[in-house]
Ligand binder design. Sequence first.
Ligand SMILES: *Cc1c(COP(=O)(O)O)cnc(C)c1O
Length: 427
Amino acid sequence: MTSRNEQLFAAAARVIPGGVNSPVRAFRSVGGTPVFFARGSGAHVWDVDGKAYIDYVGSWGPLILGHAHPSVIAAVQQAVSEGLSFGAPTAGEVEIAELLCRRVPGLEQVRLVSSGTEATMSAIRLARGHTGRSRIIKFEGCYHGHADALLVKAGSGALTLGNPSSAGVPAETAAATLVLEYNNLEMLDAAFARDGDQIACVIVEPVVGNMNLVQPAPGFLEAIRSLCTRHGAVLIFDEVMTGFRVGPAGAQGLFGITADLVTLGKIVGGGMPLGAFGGRRDIMASVAPLGPVYQAGTLSGNPIAVAAGLATLKLLEAPDFYMRLASATHALTTGLAVAAAAHGVVFSAQSIGGMFGVYFRAQPPRSYAEVMECDVPAFNRFFHAMLDAGIYLAPSAFEAGFVSSAHKSADIEKTLAAADQYFAQSA
Ligand SMILES: *Cc1c(COP(=O)(O)O)cnc(C)c1O
């Protein structure tokens, strides 16, 4: 008898490309059939066949309070009863904008959008419109959503024009994006020495969570900051993942660096579609209707999304919230590393705030090239063993993981016991 899950995936594949609405969900990287979820509560999710899992994906980052937090659900239910959308200003938008401007360093004004992709795409257009320049710099392995200008990989040589990393992105669009190696200061200096007066902006994940987890080397973010200032380029910190995840003031707060523009998403919507971009008032003054840079959205600032976001962000103010989150996450990664070492498995792990990386590699990677050295088949076997044991990890060796405030020590211990058992028999 085929499971409900198998039936659903077969039906999905007939009417949805690959059976999924976002590619990584398809399990192509790890193999096997994606798990269809029916419901979630706290740190746990249940699939359509009734099996329970401890969830370390958290909808890819938004669910910092776990699934279906009662306060978030109540706020959404209240908002729903008052109407789903108006396409006109609402009080909640002012409240969340004020909250974001208070909590996010350098945020003097903010515009709400409906996804992280929209936030980065709009921030890039704004940086170009504000500076009157067209070149942009990004780093290999950083993901900033799926806008054309950002689906670009490095050209054939250092500092050559970027190439599209997706079919359908015009070569001429990709050519305006220079792709540099993350944590490579010499390359960054050379790019600014050559093209400094043409660079509209540098966009960077201040902690990378889209090539597994890669931390910035000491001095890297500082160097980007000072080069942007010296050359009049706009520095965009893409904090769609790290915002409210690595600490209460995001990566900016953690590293003491203030960008010119910041993009937000994921946690700010508390599980609903909400993103934001904002920063220096003089730059935001270029956004329509104040200025010449066009940006708009029928559902932007949607009241239900805003209600979920506000309820979530308020709960993050609890005393010790981030200390507890970081210590639970750290307990997970150190426990995994200890278990692997005990059984002689080549493995490393690290965490920052509520984000973590696990690597089948002796040391945490510092660049895309080093991430690519991880043993992918080893990760895939580990992934499936953990899935069987009721532990849901990101279905790819190249994604970061997330812990929520709903993960209790019993969840972490159960996860470590499953990993220890797997490492013991795989060794
Ligand atoms: C998830 C993510 C995005 C894209 O956000 P979507 O809501 O998926 O469009 C952009 N930047 C970073 C750093 C992300 O992690």
